[in-house]
Design a protein around this ligand. Structure first.
Ligand code: BG6
Length: 473
């Protein structure tokens, strides 16, 4: 195995998905609090109002991390907990994260802080339409300034925006996230503003000379061509430009990819570039690329697309969006990959895809990579004696760790691996049915029960992986 001694064996989560305490100690509402209150927006109308109550149980939860020997924990701070209206400081919110960070450090777990994992203060959505207004760049930067000042001496790894491609894509194209819009030009506008905000956060990080590293977490799905047919290869490359390079080039090089821009222009779409934007993007280049990897994506010529597509139809229990077509559908179409099996939610299982991802990113950007999420969402069963035999999760993670090892041997620099997730938590689209954790949390959509925690078989397995630095799989 090729893992360095300081390799971070971690796990990840996000505030809205675990904390609960939706209005405790002065927290303001986020767009997810409001959105999930509207019937039909989430699976079985589930919400993160209580989630798994990490807000009140964080000490007990971090003790579990210590017992496992986890050496890194990626969590996000809730902007409306720290600034209820997006601008005014709530001391209790600041204090909460100091306590979480201190407890992690005391337990030997390196805290990795995600600045934004989708829970925008509702007040900023109401005030100026959130990510659609350039006003957010300043507010977000002020929020970051506060975080750097408060936690800058304790945190070595910072994640700026989590999956900008997903929260903007699902919010402004697919109507699966707030504000539930489907308009490709508005998507590009909001996305450009988010890219500027991300760059501004990184620029400030440098100016304040924060002694750590910062980068975004990008939801990366490597593109495959359905066949060797040249038209399929072009479709695959189009998808790569529009779905990947459009973000990663901005993060790593401070500029948009020229082919993607031209493809968009031909569709009558454009980026709203204003004076100063170029300089800001270039001042906001990341230290590492955070990669959230779940699956690869296969593409074919959109003029000959298969009728039997499964990939992307996120299974039995997903919220269904009513979006029919998007402009880029003329450039590439999703296709099944006949060589891959699927999860309970029809996500393709593809450990080699992680190796491909790491190699492509290392090769195009030459940056270190933090795998900031990877995991298997499954239906787990709690046995009568309080066990969860999740050998399927162990196999999934094992194969992905082997792929990482191979990628390191191929020449990629990988800082660490954060599984998604440490505990079961709220899934934005799938409520509590889709479980990812090493720790089972006993609740469902309808009933919070007592939120008891149970260690799954995978808990003990990952414990050994960490102890052996990846040699005992
Ligand atoms: C990532 C997000 O997209 O995938 C997480 O950063 C999310 O917040 C995870 O929970 C898994 O997605 P899902 O839809 O299966 O919960």
């Amino acid at each position: 195995m090729h893992f360095k001694d300081d390799f971070l064996w971690g796990s990840a989560s996000a505030a809205y998905q675990i904390e609960g305490g939706a209005s405790q100690d002065g927290k303001g509402p986020s767009i997810w609090d409001s959105y999930s209150e509207i019937p039909g927006n989430t699976f079985k109308n589930s919400t993160g109002e209580v989630a798994i109550d990490f807000y009140n149980k964080f000490e007990e939860d971090i003790e579990l991390m210590k017992e496992m020997g986890l050496n890194a924990y990626r969590f996000s701070v809730s902007w409306p907990r720290i600034m209820p209206d997006g601008q005014t400081i709530n001391e209790k919110g600041i204090e909460f994260y100091h306590k979480v960070i201190d407890k992690l450090i005391e337990c030997g777990v390196e805290p990795i802080l995600t600045i934004y994992h989708w829970d925008l203060p509702q007040a900023l959505q109401d005030k100026y339409a959130g990510w659609e207004s350039r006003e957010i760049i300043n507010d977000f930067t002020q929020f970051c300034a506060l975080l750097y000042k408060e936690y800058g001496k304790k945190i070595k790894y910072w994640v700026s925006l989590n999956e900008q491609n997903i929260f903007i894509g699902l919010g402004y194209i697919k109507k699966l996230h707030p504000p539930k819009v489907s308009n490709y030009q508005r998507f590009l506008n909001a996305n450009h503003i988010a890219s500027l905000a991300n760059a501004s956060a990184i620029k400030l990080f440098r100016e304040m000379q924060i002694p750590g590293q910062i980068g975004p977490s990008f939801a990366y799905s490597p593109t495959y061509a359905k066949s060797e047919k040249p038209e399929d290869v072009i479709a695959m490359e189009n998808a790569q430009e529009i779905d990947n390079f459009l973000w990663m080039d901005v993060y790593a090089k401070g500029e948009y990819p020229q082919i993607a821009l031209k493809l968009l222009e031909k569709l009558g779409l454009s980026i709203d570039f204003q004076e100063g934007d170029k300089a800001l993007l270039q001042a906001g280049i990341c230290d590492f690329m955070g990669v959230n990897y779940y699956q690869s994506s296969t593409y074919c010529d959109p003029n000959h697309k298969q009728e039997t597509l499964q990939a992307g139809n996120a299974a039995q229990v997903s919220v269904v969006s009513d979006v029919q077509t998007i402009p880029t559908d003329s450039l590439y179409a999703r296709a099944d990959n006949d060589y891959l099996t699927m999860t309970d939610w029809n996500w393709a299982i593809d450990p080699n895809g992680l190796r491909v991802s790491l190699r492509r990113i290392a090769s195009r950007y030459g940056l270190p990579i933090l795998i900031s999420e990877n995991g298997l969402g499954a239906f787990d069963t709690l046995t009568e004696d309080g066990k969860v035999h999740d050998d399927y999760r162990i196999n999934f993670l094992k194969e992905h760790i082997i792929a990482i090892d191979q990628a390191i041997d191929d020449g990629c620099e990988v800082i660490g691996y954060c599984t998604w997730s440490f505990q079961d938590l709220f899934s934005w689209l799938n409520g509590y049915a889709k479980r990812y954790g090493f720790v089972y949390v006993d609740r469902d959509e309808e009933n919070e029960k007592e939120l008891r925690r149970y260690k799954k078989d995978s808990f003990y397995w990952y414990q050994k992986v960490i102890q052996s630095n990846g040699t005992e799989l």
